[in-house]
Design a protein around this ligand. Structure first.
Ligand SMILES: [Zn+2]
Length: 214
């Protein structure tokens, strides 16, 4: 009798217990908060695309409300355009896409510190925040040579975040230039070797008079 009552109690309370337990599948999607490092990864991908085309590996993405509006990578050599910097390409694409040159509320992620031209475009486009990977001591205008992000004489300020995935961004550039130097060295060696060949070939064959290598 006691056992019977206990079983009945389980049956009676089981639905209530089920309601309390979190065993229902939730229909809400998990919102993944993407941080600066994650977005910089997308800019790094763009830089890798540039490297694949034989361009200096610099990449950029422009983000607003958790979405990429536009992407850009350096195309200076391919386009023979001194202004074809990753940032400028991304900014122009975004303005065209949105039909608005004011890119308020956007964040630009770029693998290398922007130059004077790109910082100018960033200010003109009213970009809110710039996140960059490594510093450019020879041309940076976001802290290295100049800091155009917070000049009170200008009518726009931009928030800066520096050094995000810095080592990866720098390694891309140093790897690219090391490969370029090695290629130039090989080309120089080949050209000096071919010079020796032409000298040897100038020695005339006494029998035939045909110039050949000794
Ligand atoms: Zn630039």
């Amino acid at each position: 009798m006691v056992v019977f009552l206990a079983v009945r109690a389980d049956i009676l309370f089981l639905p209530r217990i089920c309601n309390i337990l979190p065993n229902k599948p939730t229909t809400k999607k998990r919102v993944v908060e993407k941080g600066d490092a994650w977005w910089m990864g997308r800019a790094i991908r763009e830089a890798e695309k540039a490297a694949g085309r034989g361009e200096v590996p610099i990449g950029a993405v422009l983000v607003r409300d958790g979405k990429i509006i536009s992407r850009g990578h350096n195309l200076r050599e391919g386009n023979q355009d001194p202004a074809a910097h990753a940032e400028l390409i991304a900014i122009r694409k975004a303005a065209k896409k949105l039909g608005n040159w004011r890119l308020a509320g956007t964040t630009l992620y770029v693998t290398l510190e922007p130059c004077i031209m790109c910082m100018g475009a960033i200010l003109l486009a009213r970009v809110e925040k710039v996140v960059f990977g490594c510093y450019d001591p020879k041309g940076g205008a976001a802290g290295s040579l100049y800091d155009l992000s917070d000049d009170k004489r200008l009518n726009h300020r931009v928030t800066l975040v520096a050094g995000v995935r810095q080592a990866e961004c720098a390694a891309l550039l140093s790897g690219f230039f090391a490969a370029l130097r090695a290629e130039k060295k090989r080309a120089k060696q080949n050209s000096s070797n071919s010079g020796e060949v032409s000298e040897w070939s100038m020695v005339p064959d006494s029998k035939s008079g045909v110039r050949q290598r000794t």
